[in-house]
Structure formats: C-alpha cells, structure tokens
Design a protein around this ligand. Structure first.
Ligand SMILES: [Zn+2]
Length: 220
C-alpha cells in the first residue's frame, strides 16, 4: 500500500488537518448553502471557500443540523450540560458565520451525537433548499469512513452529508416527494428556466459541491 502523505490524506473535520490538492475551483455561485451536522464543521472544512464566495457577492446560508450539545471530550467541562452548551455553541456558530460574511444561519435542533438518516431530516433539508433555492450546496462526503490513520469519521458527519445529498436530489426538485411542503406554500421552482442548472457535482477536497437542481448528478 502506498504511504500516506500530506497530499494524499483527506482533511479531518474538527481537527483542521491539511487536505489534498484539489481540482480547479468553480466560480462563486449567486447563492450557496452549507449543510453540516455540528457548529464548527464548516469552519474546519469549507469555511475559507465560503468566505471567499461571500466576498465575491454570494449569499451564503449555513444550515446546522444539530447545535453541538454533546460537546467534545477534550474541551467540555465536566459540569457542563447539553442544555447549557447549546446556546453557547449556537452563538459561536453565529459569530463564526459573521466573520466569514455569511448572512443566514439556520439551526434545525436535532440531537447531537445520535443523528439518524431519517425521512424527517430529509424533509427539513428539502424544505430549506426549496425555500432558499441555492445555486450550490456544500456538504461532507458521506462515503468517508476513515480520514487516513488518525480519525474515524463521526457518524453525525456521515448522516448529515448523506441526507443533504438526498435532499438535493431527488427531493428538492421532485414535486410529488414531500407534497405536504406544497401545502406549506413552499413550491418547486428550481431551475424552471434551466438557466441555473449545470448538473455539476464536484469533489471539493473531502467535501461535495452539488449544483441545484440536478436531475442527473454525476460524481467524478
Ligand atoms: Zn462535527
């Protein structure tokens, strides 16, 4: 087996390790949505790109599926509770987004540490994608189980990425998936004129970038 180097080892959420070289970066989208499991996941992964896009005029929406109430073994005091930690981490996320130039932060309130790939979560993400109609969605890579030799991917990261991609396709663009969202007044109009649709799904380090809508997404 080839020796792992800094260029071949994937980056690690929550540890900020170097990522391998990447392909040419796409142009800044008019509207981008960043979907992750925990506060700080986006900052350790795509935060720099989101800041660059925001400076280029992109509207960026951060979707945080949990509020990080489980903390971490290294940094959470023993007398800390989930209830006390949630507002702290939400405020940290808002401040981080402010520093990056991100205008909108949405917390979905799912429980940290026990995230499941549920239909309810997919519906929540579909609702948000249909509402904001982002030109691009960035999320983790659900296929990554191990980050090199030093980190086993958190199950919440895998679930968040998996469900985010399922929400992008097929749920966001398919009218009769979650028709109850139509009753809420949230319609499907993604790419109605086809102008914004480029069906591009690209590797972004270990992150994935999905254009919306995408009726025939291609991984490469
Ligand atoms: Zn995380």
């Amino acid at each position: 087996m080839a020796e792992e180097t800094a260029e071949t080892a994937p980056g690690v959420p929550e540890r900020g390790a170097r990522r391998r070289k990447r392909a040419a970066e796409p142009a800044a989208p008019a509207c981008a949505m960043s979907i992750h499991a925990h506060p700080d996941d986006q900052e350790f992964t795509v935060g720099g790109t989101l800041a660059k896009w925001a400076r280029s005029g992109s509207r960026v929406i951060t979707v945080c599926i949990t509020s990080g109430g489980a903390g971490s073994n290294q940094s959470t005091p023993l007398d800390m509770t989930r209830e006390a930690l949630v507002p702290i981490r939400e405020e940290e996320q808002r401040r981080a987004c402010q520093a990056l130039g991100i205008s909108d932060v949405v917390f979905l309130g799912y429980e940290d540490g026990v995230l499941e790939p549920s239909i309810a979560l997919r519906q929540d993400l579909t609702r948000i994608i249909r509402r904001y109609k982002p030109d691009a969605v960035v999320c983790g890579d659900p296929t990554v189980r191990f980050y090199g030799k030093g980190y086993m991917n958190h199950p919440d990261h895998r679930v968040a990425a998996d469900v985010a991609l399922d929400a992008v396709f097929p749920s966001a663009e398919t009218r009769l998936i979650f028709p109850e969202l139509l009753a809420e007044g949230i319609c499907v109009s993604l790419g109605a004129d086809g102008a914004a649709c480029n069906n591009h799904l690209d590797m972004f380090g270990e992150m994935r970038l999905a254009a919306t809508p995408s009726s025939d997404p291609t991984l490469f």
